[in-house]
Design a protein around this ligand. Structure first.
Ligand code: 5GP
Length: 196
């Protein structure tokens, strides 16, 4: 599949680091960029739309999707399951698109193994304080969930640093700046591969 004309961009990073904002900015600023909507067994929050942020499914539906080979990769994160739709991704790649996967470290390991040409990016917070402040600022979860996510985030950053999967680590000090750097990076990489 690495001969397909498109390109896979994996974006990982702890909750609250600004991944989603960066991802959507790339989608707007890079021609042919599309966001892969994962399936998840997690409950939908009030600010999320089914089919846009995630495809919200039951555990039974998720099992069925695994059995049907529908996932390029899937993983358990924070007690829920998340999976990337294989056929959609391949269709978009075949059309020459930049397919953005916003997935965790386990997913990135699996994708890089299957598709070595994937460009894997890990977004880091400037420091722990700013990460916890951003988690609170999202207003999405209560404090106990925030503390758990903070602990998970630190672990995830450690695994990412030692995993050898990520091509680039980018510190998100300022959102506009981070977006500009990712967009430049993607354009450079696409041009280098003759996909511009
Ligand atoms: P959240 O519940 O905050 O939306 O996402 C929790 C974590 O699951 C994030 O790190 C997110 O990147 C990751 N995630 C979302 N979709 C997928 C997926 O399809 N596969 C994997 N492996 N991780 C995912």
């Amino acid at each position: 599949m690495s001969s397909t004309p498109g390109m896979l961009l994996v974006i990982s990073g702890p909750s609250g680091v600004g991944k989603t904002t960066i991802t959507h900015a790339i989608e707007k600023q890079v021609q042919g960029a599309v966001f892969s909507v994962s399936a998840t067994t997690r409950l939908r929050t009030l600010i999320e739309a089914d089919g846009e942020d995630y495809l919200f499914v039951t555990n039974e539906q998720f099992d069925e999707m695994i059995q049907n080979g529908e996932f390029l990769e899937y993983a358990g994160v924070f007690g829920n399951r998340y999976g990337t739709p294989r056929s959609w991704v391949d269709r978009e790649l075949a059309q020459g698109h930049l397919v953005i996967l916003e997935i965790d470290v386990q997913g990135a390991v699996s994708v890089k193994r299957q598709r070595p040409g994937a460009l894997c990016l890990f977004i880091l917070p400037p420091d722990d304080d700013s990460l916890i402040e951003r988690l609170r600022g999202r207003g999405r979860e209560d404090e106990s969930v925030i503390q758990r996510r903070f602990g998970e985030a630190r672990r995830e950053m450690e695994i990412a640093r030692n995993g050898g999967v990520y091509d680039i680590f980018l510190v998100n000090r300022n959102l506009d700046d981070a977006v500009a750097r990712v967009v430049a990076l993607v354009k450079h990489e696409r041009a280098r591969r003759g996909l511009a």
